[in-house]
Design a protein around this ligand. Structure first.
Ligand SMILES: [Zn+2]
Ligand SMILES: [Zn+2]
Length: 311
C-alpha cells in the first residue's frame, strides 16, 4: 500500500490578507511529520481549521523575509511553548537572514532562553536543506526583489527489490539475515559471504513524487533540473495578464506565464497561489485558465489534497 502525502493550502493571498482569504502558506504531511512552507500571520488558526496539527511540524521553510511570509512565526513559536513542546525545531531561511531572524525571535519572545525546545535557524542558498531517511527538501534561488528560496520536497527514490526466491535458494533463513541484506549489508552464512547484490534486483526503481513551492518570484528563465517532471508545482501568481506590466515591475508572476513555465517543467499539475487580494472572481478566472491548460488549478484556502508517495 502506498503512503500518502497530504498537501494543505493554508491560504492563497498575496501581500495582505482580505476578509475572505488568508496569506499563502503550505503544509505538507508525510509519514507523521509536518513540513511548513512559509508562516504568515494567522497560520496557526489556519492549521487548527485543517485536518493537521502544528505540533507535528519540526521543519519550517521560509521563502524570504517579506512580512507576508513569516510574521506568523512568532505566534507559532510562543504557542509551541504554551503547549510544552520539547522537540527541536528547524527554521530554514535564505542566505544572509539567520542573524536577522534570530534577533527578531529574541526581541519578540522575551523568554526565548527558557524554551524547552531548541530553535535552529539554518541558512540555505541552494541544494539540500533537509535530508532524512524518506525525503529531501532542496532549495533553489528564485527571481524576486530580495533573496528568495523556492523549495522542492521530494520522496526519496527506492532502488532495489529483495528477491525472496533467490535468498531461499541460497539457504538463507527468513528473518534477521533477510533484513540485513535488504539494508545493504553483507552476511556470513556457513563460511560463505553473501552480498546484497546476490539477492537484490537493483534494476528495480520506485520514483518518489516531488512537490515544489515557488513564491515570490518571476518565472525562472531556465527550468532547474530538480524541477523537471515535477508532480505538483505550487507557484505564485500575484497577478493576471491584464496586470503583466506591474508583475514585471515588482518581480512577481502573472498566471498566463506561469502556465507556460509549468508546461516547460512538464508539471503534472500546477496550483496557483499568492494571488493579489484585488481579484475576487477566482472561479471565473480558473475556468478561463482551464481552457488553456487542463492541469491548472487555483489553490483555495484550506483546500486539502492527497497524493501517493511513489509514481
Ligand atoms: Zn509575498
Ligand atoms: Zn515578496
Amino acid at each position: 500500500m502506498p503512503n500518502k502525502i497530504k498537501i494543505v493550502f493554508l491560504g492563497n493571498c498575496a501581500s495582505a490578507p482580505t476578509s475572505l482569504r488568508n496569506l499563502s502558506s503550505l503544509l505538507l504531511s508525510y509519514n507523521g511529520q509536518g513540513y511548513l512552507f512559509d508562516c504568515p500571520e494567522n497560520t496557526q488558526q489556519q492549521i487548527m481549521k485543517s485536518s493537521q496539527s502544528a505540533m507535528k511540524i519540526n521543519n519550517i521553510f521560509i521563502t524570504h523575509m517579506h512580512g507576508d511570509h513569516y510574521f506568523g512565526l512568532f505566534g507559532l513559536l510562543s504557542s509551541f511553548k504554551l503547549n510544552n513542546r520539547v522537540s527541536n525545531l528547524n527554521i530554514y531561511v535564505p542566505k544572509g537572514e539567520k542573524v536577522f531572524l534570530e534577533r527578531l525571535i529574541a526581541l519578540i519572545i522575551s523568554d526565548i532562553y527558557k524554551l524547552d525546545y531548541k530553535i535552529n535557524v539554518i541558512e540555505i542558498e541552494r541544494g539540500k536543506a533537509l535530508d532524512t531517511q524518506d525525503i529531501v527538501v532542496e532549495a533553489i534561488p528564485l527571481l524576486h526583489s530580495i533573496k528568495t528560496n523556492g523549495y522542492i520536497f521530494k520522496v526519496k527514490d527506492k532502488v532495489g527489490r529483495f528477491n525472496k526466491a533467490k535468498a531461499l535458494k541460497l539457504n538463507i533463513p527468513e528473518g534477521q539475515l533477510f533484513s540485513r541484506l535488504q539494508k545493504g549489508q553483507s552476511i556470513k552464512l556457513g563460511g560463505k559471504i553473501i552480498h546484497p547484490k546476490d539477492v537484490m534486483d537493483f534494476t528495480f526503481r520506485k520514483v518518489g513524487k516531488k512537490i515544489a513551492y515557488l513564491t515570490d518570484t518571476m518565472p525562472l528563465k531556465k527550468i532547474p533540473k530538480a524541477l523537471e517532471d515535477i508532480d505538483i508545482l505550487v507557484h505564485e501568481s500575484t497577478f493576471f495578464k491584464e496586470d503583466s506590466r506591474k508583475a514585471i515591475l515588482v518581480k512577481h508572476s502573472f498566471a498566463e506565464e506561469v502556465l507556460e513555465f509549468s508546461s516547460k517543467a512538464r508539471a503534472g499539475c500546477v496550483y496557483l497561489t499568492h494571488i493579489s487580494g484585488k481579484y475576487t472572481d477566482l472561479d471565473k478566472r480558473e475556468k478561463q485558465l482551464l481552457k488553456k491548460n487542463k492541469s491548472v488549478r487555483i489553490a483555495r484556502q484550506l483546500q486539502e489534497i492527497e497524493i501517493d508517495d511513489y509514481k
